[in-house]
Design a protein around this ligand. Structure first.
Ligand code: CA
Length: 229
């Protein structure tokens, strides 16, 4: 089991590394945020233990970068007692658990094992479905009512984002950062153009429209109620 530990306090870092090694894990200890960020984004770990307060790139920034890059590695945050707001934000940003310092190693170990077990019980589903629209990841295939849709990589990613957050209105800025990995510039119409193309493939040939524009806010995918599929 490969673990990444990002912790700048020398004693705590050493203690965690030793503890996890003795418990049969294969921990990588990183003592600053910059290297932690790099490792978390480029290597595969089963779980990341992330200190919130780091002198350079803090834990929340690392967590945000991970989730924006659709890396779903479980993250357990370590935080000081007085940073309740950071913990709440951490959970909102996609952390799986947190522990307040100081803690007993046995408790951390138990939480790590629980998170790893949870991950094994709930593998990422291979498919997403909204009404008769289906995405199958292993086949990289999109279809509607059994008919294959020919999507580009970006269109596939865009559709995946909309479907994962079915019913939610997604602002252009969020779509830009998650699908194009860029900051949204309101002068560009790249999102609108992409949505138009995607919509022509997903909705044009079907009476029931799934992709909706919410004026002034963004886009969402939603199946109408009371419709039999
Ligand atoms: Ca720290």
């Amino acid at each position: 089991m490969r673990l990444l530990i990002v912790e700048d306090e020398i004693k705590t870092g050493d203690y965690l590394k030793q503890g996890f090694t003795e418990a049969g894990f294969n921990p990588t200890l990183c003592r600053n945020g910059l290297d932690g960020h790099h490792l978390a984004m480029t290597e595969d770990f089963e779980l990341i233990i992330l200190d919130l307060m780091l002198p350079d790139v803090d834990g929340l920034r690392i967590l945000t970068a991970l989730r924006q890059a659709s890396r779903h590695t479980p993250v357990l945050l370590l935080s000081a007692l007085d940073s309740v707001d950071d913990r709440v934000r951490g959970l909102e940003l996609g952390a799986d658990d947190y522990l307040v310092k100081p803690f007993a190693f046995n408790e951390l170990l138990a939480r790590v094992r629980t998170l790893l077990r949870r991950g094994q019980l709930q593998p990422q589903a291979d498919r997403l479905q909204v009404a008769d629209l289906i995405l199958e990841f292993s086949k990289h295939k999109a279809s509607r009512n059994g008919k294959k849709l020919n999507l580009t990589q970006k269109e596939f990613a865009l559709l995946e984002l909309l479907m994962r957050r079915e019913g939610e209105v997604l602002p252009r800025s969020l779509i830009a950062s998650q699908v194009w990995d860029m900051n949204f510039d309101s002068d560009t119409n790249v999102i609108d153009v992409a949505i138009r193309r995607l919509r022509s493939k997903v909705d044009d040939d079907f009476a029931v429209k799934l992709i909706h524009t919410v004026r002034g806010m963004g886009y969402k995918i939603e199946a109408p109620e009371q419709h039999e599929f």
